[in-house]
Design a protein around this ligand. Structure first.
Ligand code: UGA
Length: 434
């Protein structure tokens, strides 16, 4: 099949490369000429493990193309995917759909013959109806179907999530579009991936409900962690103890500094807006949004407390800035709340992240970015782990101990064992563990 992918952000680029790898001919379109130029040189706009190799292979095998010219991509396409950004609108938290609608306008002018227009961007319920109206108004004669096909991939594990998904969700009432979507995802039938066909609005809501539910799960275990700290229990054992119940499941029960990233904060907010607009508030999600924001703010206090209640004039070595490991994405990262608050409290920060320092430097100044973990802690009064990169899980702790001017380690990702750290002579604190 011939696919046009509008938008080469996280979802567009990964989906485009993976569809090409499935054997389809994919043209990715972006208005940003310098991004397209870099992609032609196989320079990825984001850090995502395995993406450069996948892109290079499919470009070489002539199944994957990049262009700024929507016309050539869309006219021949059987399926045109909309994978543009839907950021939070300033002020009210609604998803900003201007890029989606602009894409719909452009697509309307260019489709030729029966075409599926598929929204992969995360869009509020009813957006598909709006896209259909836009196209119908501009091209009353056109033969098309608008389909919702939300994406569930995680940053840092995006290729695996796309190629071995738990499910594919397709929202449309067009039988012809259903057939084409089956054809598009045919390679996944081999591993028996469930494909769920629903109405378009249902499919749009599934995406928000999934992200909100995961955010609820994380926030629940984060509050359990606080309770564990108060009563002397261990949150990792609580997670395991409840997660072994098949009805609960063991995933997304790692307590931490609060969720961040490009999706959960934005999507939970957008869901609460949709719910309120429809006079059916989702109070549990309202609360999760509030609790998570407060948690990220409270984490600096936890570090300050571990350092004796005062960090003024002290140096802190921070390991990890990205919102999670294996990404350079800094959007809504807990570090953006924690580091400025520590600087405000008078601390000097030396920070290291394997991939996110360039992005972090655009958002935060007043700290020293250094070359590696050991440099960050050299002479520092404490080591603070903010992101669970694998390379931080196996640090040379003897060397860390010798480099630090105190024994204080604050681990907001629970990657070390409290017993082991105590044995090594560290004053170690983590999340929800005695
Ligand atoms: C999330 C969803 O997991 C994907 O299914 C979805 O497709 C994506 O949003 C999206 O809507 O595009 P992502 O934001 O890449 O993916 O990352 P996650 O691995 O879900 O992590 C989100 C946040 O939750 C991170 O800050 C992470 O540190 C935190 N988290 C995750 C925890 O604190 N504890 C956990 O147990 C799991």
């Amino acid at each position: 099949m011939r696919v046009a992918m509008i938008g080469t952000g996280y979802v567009g680029l990964v989906s485009g490369a993976c569809f090409a790898d499935f054997g389809h001919v994919v043209t990715c379109v972006d208005k940003d000429a310098s991004k397209i130029e870099r992609l032609h040189q196989n320079i990825m706009p984001i850090y995502e493990p395995g993406l450069d190799t996948l892109v290079e292979k499919n470009v070489k095998e002539e199944r994957l193309f990049f262009t700024t010219d929507a016309k050539e991509a869309i006219a021949d396409a059987d399926a045109v995917f909309i994978a543009v950004g839907t950021p939070s609108r300033r002020g009210d938290g609604h998803a900003d759909l201007s890029y989606v609608y602009a894409a719909a306008e452009e697509i309307a002018e260019l489709i030729d013959g029966f075409t599926m227009i598929v929204t992969k961007s995360t869009v509020p319920v009813g957006t598909g109806d709006e896209v259909e109206d836009i196209i119908r108004k501009k091209r009353p004669d056109a033969d098309f179907a608008v389909v919702s096909n939300p994406e569930f991939l995680r940053e840092g594990a995006a290729i695996k999530d796309f190629k071995i998904p738990d499910r594919v969700v397709v929202g449309t009432d067009s039988e012809r579009a259903r057939e084409l979507m089956r054809e598009l995802y045919r390679p996944l039938f081999l591993n028996e991936t469930p494909i769920l066909f629903t109405a378009r609005r249902t499919s749009e809501l599934i995406k928000y409900a999934a992200n909100a539910f995961l955010a609820v799960k994380i926030t629940f275990i984060n509050e359990m962690a606080d309770l564990c700290e108060a009563v002397g229990a261990n949150v990792q054992e609580v997670s395991r103890g409840i997660g072994l119940d098949g009805r609960i499941g063991n995933k997304f029960l790692n307590a931490g500094p609060g969720y961040g990233g490009s999706c959960f904060p934005k999507d939970t907010l957008a869901l609460t807006k949709t719910a309120n607009d429809n006079n059916t508030p989702v109070r549990i999600v309202d609360t999760v949004v509030e609790v998570n924001a407060a948690r990220k703010k409270a984490m600096a206090g936890k570090v300050i407390q571990a350092m004796g209640g005062d960090v003024s004039g002290k140096t802190i070595g921070v390991l990890g800035l990205a919102f999670k490991q294996n990404t350079d994405d800094m959007r809504d990262a807990p570090s953006l709340d924690i580091i400025p608050a520590l600087i405000e409290a008078g601390a000097t920060i030396k920070a290291f992240d394997p991939e996110a320092m360039e992005e972090a430097a655009k958002l935060m100044d007043g700290l020293n970015y250094v070359e590696n973990a050991y440099e960050a802690v050299d002479g520092a009064d404490a080591m603070v782990i903010l992101t669970e990169w694998d390379q931080f899980r196996a640090l040379d702790l003897e060397r860390i101990k010798a480099s630090l001017s105190s024994d204080i380690v604050v681990d907001l990702r629970n990657i070390y064992s409290p017993e082991d750290m105590a044995k090594r002579g560290f004053e170690y604190s983590s999340i929800g563990r005695p």
